[in-house]
Structure formats: structure tokens, C-alpha cells
Design a protein around this ligand. Structure first.
Ligand code: AMP
Length: 209
């Protein structure tokens, strides 16, 4: 099954996708993770992407479309995948239409104040990219990843100024995708203000329909 997670930054796309891939045994394709890996490697692409990302702006369409196009061709995607953070603009969605056909879009919804609270409390493992939240998903040992023992850091773009801009960018550039996929008849809303196990349960119900 080819699944797409849609929703504002901080709404829980990555967290819920990680739970779903365990059950469905398909890969999670996160353009954010791919771009952060490129930044860490200091590749040409990473150096170009970093300034956009730190400010909370979108990386140019052609860059992310190229990344996804290459990733989807890989063998582990043949039984399906979960797109997390792609597409984020109408041109990206149109490009995706030409690459493959998506079966279901999960549109995660939560109130703005909860989203801001989640983002500012989010911590990411420097080593394995596991996501924690000092309020909602605290690590067993403060500042340390439960999975690999790596250091938990706050992403530059989870800091206050960048968060505000990311939410504005979402409203202007990404929210129009809700109508785009509604018109295709493949979009379902999922209430993401609930506890994680309940969100996962609701998402699974939608996928089973
Ligand atoms: P994320 O981890 O999905 O929140 O992505 C972090 C940052 O990576 C975003 O704020 C953008 O700067 C960039 N990014 C990730 N996915 C995309 C995309 N599909 N289009 C443009 N920029 C992206």
C-alpha cells in the first residue's frame, strides 16, 4: 500500500508513520530525514538545503522531487511505502502523480496551540533520528536516546522563530494539498490530538477501509 502522511509540522506525521511501518513492514520515506542526512554529510545538496531548512522555509521543489524519485525506485519500495513530509507543494504533488499512484492520504489534524507545544518540546536523537518529546514522549534518561544512547538535541528549525515560519509556510504552500487529495477521493482526516496509540488505531481503521 502506498500511503501519504499530510498535516502541519509537529502534528505527528513522523511519529505515527514510525508506528505504522512496524505493523505494515514497508519503508518510511521522509524527505526531512533525507535532507538532514545530506546536511550532516555536508554534500553539495546538503549545504544548499541547510539555509532553507534552518529558516523554516521549503527546499526548492526540484531538489526534493529528485530525492523521492530516486528513493521510490529502490527495491524495498516495491510493496509500498509511507511518504512523510512529501509532497509539500502543489508542483510536488503533480510531479508525484507522474511517478506513482498513492492509495491513501492520512490528513493528521490537531489544534495550533498543541502543535506549537509539541514542536517546542520535541527532541531528536543526534545518532539515529528517533523522536522524543520532553512533555509527551520523554526519554527514560534525560537527554539520552532510549534506542541508541545518542545525545538528544533540539533541531534548529524547532526553535521558536523557525516554528512560526514553518506553520505559515504550511498554511500557504502545503494546506492546498488537502483539497487536491480530497478531490481525488483518497484523503481521510485523523484526529492527531489524541494519545499516540489511539491515533495509530484510527489510522489503521482508515487504511483497512
Ligand atoms: P520535516 O522533518 O519534514 O519537518 O522537514 C524539515 C525541513 O526539511 C522542512 O522545514 C523543509 O525545510 C525541508 N523539507 C522536508 N521535506 C520537504 C519537501 N517535501 N519540500 C520542501 N522542503 C522540505
Amino acid at each position: 500500500m502506498k500511503i501519504m502522511m499530510l498535516g502541519a509540522p509537529g502534528v505527528g506525521k513522523g511519529t505515527i508513520a514510525k508506528e505504522l511501518i512496524k505493523k505494515l513492514d514497508i519503508p518510511q520515506l521522509s524527505t526531512g530525514d533525507m535532507l538532514r542526512a545530506a546536511v550532516d554529510e555536508q554534500s553539495e545538496l546538503g549545504i544548499k538545503a541547510k539555509t532553507f531548512m534552518d529558516a523554516g522555509n521549503l527546499v526548492p521543489d526540484d531538489v526534493v522531487i529528485g530525492l523521492i524519485e530516486e528513493r521510490i525506485k529502490k527495491d524495498d519500495c516495491k510493496d509500498g511505502f509511507i511518504l512523510d513530509g512529501f509532497p509539500r507543494t502543489i508542483p510536488q504533488a503533480e510531479a508525484l502523480d507522474k511517478i506513482t499512484e498513492i492509495d491513501k492520504v492520512l490528513n493528521l489534524i490537531a489544534p495550533d496551540d498543541l502543535i506549537i507545544k509539541r514542536l517546542s518540546a520535541r527532541r531528536t536523537c543526534e545518532g539515529c533520528s528517533e523522536i522524543f518529546n520532553v512533555i509527551f514522549i520523554p526519554p527514560k534518561v534525560e537527554g539520552k536516546c532510549d534506542k541508541c544512547g545518542g545525545k538528544l538535541i533540539q533541531r534548529d528549525d524547532d526553535k521558536e522563530d523557525s516554528v512560526k515560519n514553518r506553520l505559515e509556510v504550511y498554511t500557504k504552500q502545503t494546506e492546498p494539498l488537502v483539497e487536491f487529495y480530497k478531490e481525488k477521493g483518497i484523503l481521510s482526516d485523523v484526529d492527531s490530538s489524541q494519545p499516540i496509540p489511539k491515533i495509530v488505531e484510527d489510522a489503521e481503521k482508515v487504511l483497512a477501509e
